[in-house]
Design a protein around this ligand. Structure first.
Ligand SMILES: *Cc1c(COP(=O)(O)O)cnc(C)c1O
Length: 402
């Protein structure tokens, strides 16, 4: 398949519908947050079964808003995973709180037992991250949160369309057990608006506070209700941010949302194809999955069995590149990043399992625009690289002598 060109790690799926809708939004004369965003919020809220949804300009903004609206701040500790994008930890620092890392389990998600070991009298919140679209063990996390009076804010950047058991991530159940859930519509994510995000919750007061904070802390209601001042008048009641989602972005999002189930089905199909190819190869561990969940398959992360291979992860990825396949690593653990290192290397933040998994993880191309032939090429080629670099088996007799 030398003639196919390079297979990129990631490509967005933007169709004519999105392009037409953006043109319509541009021609409408209203570019910033307006009717398109209101509609996108409404349809998104219905899709994930949330009581409230707030469109914002990124998942980072959603996480920051959630912590700010919950009043998490200086002196508080927030527990999260070392295997996440830096934004998760940055937002904890943005509100002046102290991030605390709890190690992951073999599926790459934060381990509830590790969370339990990190809880102190200062702990205020937990931010689980559903890595690659595989949900965390939320029942155990909610139980810990209830026991210790902690807020749960889910980083669902990968998990739009994920179901935990049978319930969508983001859903407000009879008694919502997460204070808020943050979604990302960044260019590489399952649903994209170029840049964008959504914050869902089940609590009206939280939602109103987050909405106010997302737009400078401006309050119109109080004045309009009690004075003769016209619609031009407003008050600023707190120090807010500028995190609103524009109508241009929402015009894209409305169509992406309608296609999302189809996108996820295509991703699942490719994941199954990879699984079939790798499940009999000792050198490769297939991506973790759970029968209890609907995985959104944002990422397909293999783990190399380095004991069986004569090459390391870097060499393996170089071989993939030589064969025309793009790949990535999710994520460089937080302690490996120089800004976080001094704090993350403290004994109370040690995460040996995350470090071990990182050294052998590779994310393979996985997106609706990847056709079957290319997906098969990726699967066969990755399997071939593993076979070619299999450590030579040492005959039993030689081992005995040694
Ligand atoms: C992409 C990502 C974010 C940040 O999303 P933005 O919308 O780009 O702010 C946060 N957390 C995780 C795990 C991500 O992958």
């Amino acid at each position: 398949m030398a003639d196919q060109g390079f297979i990129p790690f990631c490509l967005p799926s933007i169709g004519e519908e999105e392009i037409q809708e953006v043109s319509k939004a541009l021609r409408s004369g209203w570019l910033t947050t307006g009717s398109y965003t209101a509609r996108f919020e409404q349809e998104f809220r219905e899709y994930v079964q949330a009581k409230y949804a707030l469109g914002v300009n990124s998942c980072t903004a959603a996480l920051h808003l959630a912590l700010a609206a919950l009043g998490v701040g200086p002196g508080d500790e927030v527990i999260t995973t070392p295997i996440t994008f830096c934004a998760t930890v940055n937002t904890i620092l943005h509100v002046g709180a102290t991030p605390v890392l709890a190690d992951v389990g073999s599926d790459g998600n934060i381990d509830p037992a590790a969370i339990a070991s990190r809880i102190t009298p200062r702990t205020r919140a937990i931010i689980p991250v559903h890595l690659g679209g595989l949900p965390c063990q939320m029942d155990a996390i909610w139980k810990l949160a209830a026991k210790h009076g902690l807020h749960v804010v889910e980083d669902a950047a990968h998990a739009v369309g994920t179901h935990y058991r049978t319930i969508p991530i983001g859903a407000s159940q009879a008694s919502p057990r997460s204070a808020a859930v943050a979604f990302s519509f960044y260019a590489t994510k399952n649903l994209t608006t170029g840049e964008g995000g959504m914050l869902t919750s089940g609590d009206e007061q939280f939602q109103e506070k987050a909405r106010r904070l997302a737009l400078h802390g401006i309050s119109k209601d109080a004045w309009n209700r009690y004075s003769e001042n016209g619609s031009w008048h407003y008050d600023v009641t707190e120090c807010g941010f500028k995190y609103n989602l524009s109508d241009i972005q929402s015009a894209i999002g409305i169509h992406q949302l309608r296609k999302l189930d189809g996108f996820i089905a295509a991703r699942r199909h490719q994941a199954e194809l990879y699984h079939q190819e790798f499940c009999n190869i000792d050198e490769i561990e297939t991506a973790p999955d759970s029968a209890e969940a609907r995985n959104s398959w944002h990422l397909y992360i293999i783990r190399l069995n380095l004991k069986e291979l004569s090459i390391d992860r870097a060499q393996f990825m170089l071989e993939m590149k030589r064969k025309g396949i793009g790949a990535s690593v999710h994520f460089i653990p937080i302690p490996q990043l120089s800004f976080f290192a001094p704090w993350a290397h403290l004994p109370q933040n040690q995460c040996p399992r995350a470090m071990e998994l990182y050294s052998r993880s590779i994310s393979l191309p996985l997106y609706p625009g990847l056709d079957e032939a290319h997906a098969k090429y990726v699967a066969h080629t990755v399997a071939d690289i593993a076979r070619q670099h299999r450590k030579r088996a040492i005959p039993a007799r030689v081992r005995e002598i040694a």
